[in-house]
Ligand binder design. Structure first.
Ligand code: SF4
Ligand code: SF4
Length: 480
């Protein structure tokens, strides 16, 4: 490295404390509404009941680890159906890409848990310690009695919210009313207290202390979305063509009176003061901007006060910034190949998931051939192969007939199950259970195939006639 390329100075920028000011307006109202809905859903959903029948949990959304099930209202997923989560992840990713293509970091500004909880923690801070000016003055004065009292109240409320956030999380993994009672009487499992502790600490740290640092330094999405966006995406934009040159209200009026150019920006810094990440949007789109739109509300308020048109800061596209510079009218294009592709993928994956969910069977069967030994020679010269069969019953208790196909002359036996008078083998499977069977297939010497032969095990619900099957092989001795 040469002297010319060596840059002296700190590797990390010192954190500048952000004191976001309260703001009123359209985007603030939208954010409050989303905050209430998302937090309301998160905290209350575990208490919503959904009757599924006797013996099954009645919690609408439940991750049932002991029984290896996931319940979501009328949907019940087994571990074998984990591919539905793959579909959900694809849809979630494409929705994120679509939001980005339509209006930049909509997720970051309105829906991301970090944004939502930080917004709530800021609201508590403002309530306990006052708005931006009071908080800055308090910090300047140091630890006076009032400051200590206010800070103690704020941290107490933050910890209460964080604790309830962790508490709500564990309620998704057990019957919520029962777990609440067990937690209160210290009879809940240790793991529940551990998770509540972890989530209380992380919520308190991330939403209360790390705040904008998470968005700027820890989260990978701003970097990824920057590579995915294009010039047609709506982003919170300072309309430089309208705002510059910046002048005070008085100087701008004087300049206009003399026929000189004056921008609409009066350099009041309100857009910076309300910003939760401390960004000056007038410097252009930047990584720290989560696109929450609060600077739009702040600037619109100023514009109304000074009698200028609102929209100096607005959701706008790079194309329109360029077109206005060239004196052309603005154009918007929400429907373009990029957005159409995302919508198409969401529609296709969603349709496949809905179709497979609507038509999925409430039963299935798996067969596993014994590895050691692969076959057993019988005294009469015949051959026996052994298998483990799993019948998955995703419904009420019922009986299944088990049949073998593909191997003429073979005899099927199930250990512990006697054949019915008509020779059929009938087994019972309890509600929502997997029934494991040991199955023997025997072929006498006269019917032995010369090579490995594919067989099919078919299980039939004897009440409805619905069937499921699985394939494996019969291995004859003389083939080895
Ligand atoms: S709020 Fe509007 S007028 Fe004030 S500094 Fe920001 S852009 Fe300029
Ligand atoms: S610059 Fe504006 S849109 Fe970006 S984070 Fe700050 S207030 Fe939100």
């Amino acid at each position: 490295m040469t002297d010319e390329t060596f840059i002296e100075g700190p590797l990390y920028e010192k954190r500048k404390k952000v004191y976001p000011q309260s703001v009123h307006g359209r985007f603030r109202r939208i954010k409050w509404t989303i905050l209430c809905i998302t937090l309301g859903v998160y905290y209350l959903l575990p208490f919503v009941r959904w009757h599924r029948g006797p013996g099954l949990p009645d919690q609408a959304v439940l991750v049932d680890f002991p029984h290896r099930r996931f319940y979501f209202f009328f949907i019940e997923l087994w571990p074998q159906e984990v591919y539905y989560f793959t579909g959900l992840l694809i849809i979630a990713a494409m929705t994120l890409f679509l939001m980005n293509a339509v209006a930049g970091r909509l997720w970051c500004g309105y829906l991301c848990p970090q944004t939502v909880w930080t917004d709530l923690f800021y609201a508590v801070e403002r309530w306990a310690e006052g708005d931006r000016r009071e908080r800055m003055l308090s910090d300047k004065r140091g630890w006076t009695f009032t400051h200590v009292r206010q800070a103690a109240l704020k941290h107490f409320l933050w910890i209460m919210i964080a604790w309830w956030t962790g508490g709500a999380w564990v309620l998704y993994f057990d019957d919520a009313p029962t777990l609440v009672r067990d937690l209160a009487t210290f009879q809940a499992p240790f793991i529940a207290y551990l998770w509540i502790g972890i989530l209380t600490a992380t919520t308190y740290m991330f939403a209360g202390h790390a705040r904008e640092q998470v968005c700027i330094y820890m989260c990978p999405w701003p970097r990824i979305q920057a590579a995915l966006t294009d010039e047609w995406a709506l982003n919170v934009t300072y309309r430089r063509d309208r705002g510059e040159p910046r002048l005070s209200v008085k100087k701008a009026e004087q300049a206009r009176a003399h026929g000189e150019i004056a921008g609409d920006c009066v350099d009041c810094h309100q857009c910076i003061n309300v910003c939760p990440t401390g960004v000056d949007i007038r410097d252009g789109v930047q990584l720290g901007c989560i696109q929450c739109g609060l600077c739009i509300d702040a600037c619109d308020t100023i514009m109304r006060e000074i009698g200028r048109p609102t929209g100096l800061i607005a959701y706008d596209t790079d194309i329109n910034v360029q077109r206005r510079r060239e004196g052309k009218p603005a154009i918007y294009r929400l429907v373009r190949p990029r957005t159409l592709i995302y919508v198409a993928i969401i529609a296709i994956v969603g349709s496949i998931m809905v179709y497979t969910l609507a038509t999925r069977s409430t039963m299935s069967v798996n067969v596993l051939h014994d590895r050691n030994p692969l076959f057993v020679q019988l005294a009469d010269g015949g051959i026996r192969n052994s298998y483990t069969v799993h019948i998955l019953n995703k419904g009420a208790e019922r009986s299944f007939a088990v049949d073998l196909a593909g191997l003429p002359g073979a005899t099927l036996r199930i250990i512990g199950t006697d054949p019915q008078p008509d020779g059929r083998l009938i087994v019972k499977a309890d509600q929502d259970q997997t029934r494991e069977l040991r199955m023997l297939v025997e072929v006498d010497a006269a019917h032995l195939p010369k090579e490995d032969t594919q067989i099919e095990i078919e299980v039939t619900d004897i009440a409805t006639g619905k069937a499921a099957s699985a394939r494996d092989h019969f291995v004859p001795a003389d083939h080895r």
